[in-house]
Write a protein that binds this ligand. Structure first.
Ligand code: NAD
Length: 348
């Protein structure tokens, strides 16, 4: 039996889900509700049943699974209503505006015996999968610094994303993805504290820049820096180990792992003259000493996300994006806000 899906909120992201679901066997979008009548009309043009009220959508007994894809401030209310109507729910990220809201959603799912998960799709990004594979392989030796960065130059956050009341700002919008990636790379018990700075560079109400550093129990640090107004971008990833360095330029496979093909004791020490004076430590390596290996072509298939939700609903698989994981990520975001406000390092 196919799982029938209904959209709550049929904006930009729901449209993406609608197109993407063509690739998924066993999950069929059949209906949508939106507060904006124009979006309901669009849903009808896209061959969905378009509902003008939430109750009508939730009363349709053919709908098994609901996707909540509205602005963030109403995720909790809409998710809980859908669960109480007997629907399984995928909620878009960031799952909620506070940990208290999320706890309410988790408790409601439990009471109603329905599946509840969140669309943490960036666990399937190519660059993230490559970074994780390289770190797990041990090729870089002891990894003492992971820098996950996103610089853009388009500037201010648009529409509701620029407003506090809707849960706007970069920590909730993109931080949620990159913190989820951090836990998936380091392990769910490895991030022990967070220090964060936020800035409103050109967006008046919410942070359009943040720089966050997690201390790791296993040693070293994990940095996440996101800025929407950085006019010369740095690589998406820098991963520093005592046997090599990996850089990944963007969301693709562009980058390399750099290692040395001679032992440290084989390097001739040589002082070079720079415009700022002599240096031995920062003299460039002689030609031929650095090896640049291409990045692995790690599989990154986002269809696994929906296949897993389908299989979990059918009792054939464990859910990959678990509510307790989402809770850890949201708690880390709230701790980052607290750190930015107080200037203190916050224990997680
Ligand atoms: P959007 O503004 O394009 O669409 C939101 C839609 O929700 C609009 O059509 C709006 O009319 C409707 N809406 C607002 N309040 C509603 C309510 N109470 N009931 C029903 N409909 C309502 O925004 P978007 O870009 O589609 O973002 C929606 C959600 O998806 C957000 O939570 C966002 O963070 C998330 N998102 C996730 C990703 C991802 O990569 N996972 C990417 C983009 C957006």
């Amino acid at each position: 039996m196919p799982i029938n899906l209904g959209f709550i909120g049929y904006g930009g992201m729901a449209g993406w889900h609608h197109r993407f679901l063509e690739k998924i066997d066993g999950v069929t979008p059949i209906a949508a509700y939106d507060i904006d009548p124009k979006r309901v009309e669009l849903a009808r043009e896209n061959e969905l049943i378009g509902y003008d009220t939430l109750d009508e959508l939730l009363s349709n007994k053919d709908i098994d699974l609901v996707l909540v894809a509205t602005p963030n401030d109403v995720h909790c209310e809409l998710t809980c209503k859908a669960l109480k109507a007997g629907k399984h729910v995928i909620c878009e990220k960031p799952v909620a505006m506070s940990v208290a809201e999320l706890d309410q959603m988790i408790a409601t799912a439990k009471e109603c015996g329905r599946l509840f998960t969140v669309h943490q799709n960036r666990r399937w990004d190519k660059d993230f999968k490559i970074a994780k594979e390289i770190i797990d392989s041990g090729k870089l030796g002891n990894v003492y610094a992971i820098q996950s960065r996103l610089h853009g130059s388009r500037g201010a956050m648009e529409g509701w994303r620029g407003l506090v009341q809707f849960g706007g700002g970069m920590l909730l919008d993109w931080g949620v993805h990159f913190i989820d990636q951090a836990y998936n790379i380091c392990g769910w018990d490895d991030l022990v504290s967070v220090k964060c700075e936020t800035k409103n560079v050109i967006t008046p109400e919410v942070e359009d820049y943040f720089n966050l550093i997690f201390d790791r129990k296993s040693g070293g640090y994990y940095q996440i820096e996101i800025g929407t107004y950085v006019l010369k971008e740095l690589p998406r990833w820098m991963i520093l180990g005592d046997k090599g360095t990996t850089y990944i330029n963007d969301f693709s496979r562009s980058g390399a792992t750099v290692t040395l093909n001679r032992g440290d004791d084989e390097f001739p020490t040589q002082v070079i003259m720079t415009s700022a004076g002599p240096t031995r430590t920062f003299a460039p390596q002689p030609d031929g000493v650095k090896d640049e290996a291409e990045l692995p072509d790690t599989k990154a298939d986002l269809t696994e996300y929906y296949s897993n939700v389908r299989d979990a609903i059918e009792g054939k698989a464990e859910l990959l994006v678990q509510p307790w994981q989402v809770r850890k990520v949201l708690h880390a975001i709230m701790s980052a806000f607290e750190s930015a406000k107080t200037g203190k390092q916050i224990e997680l």
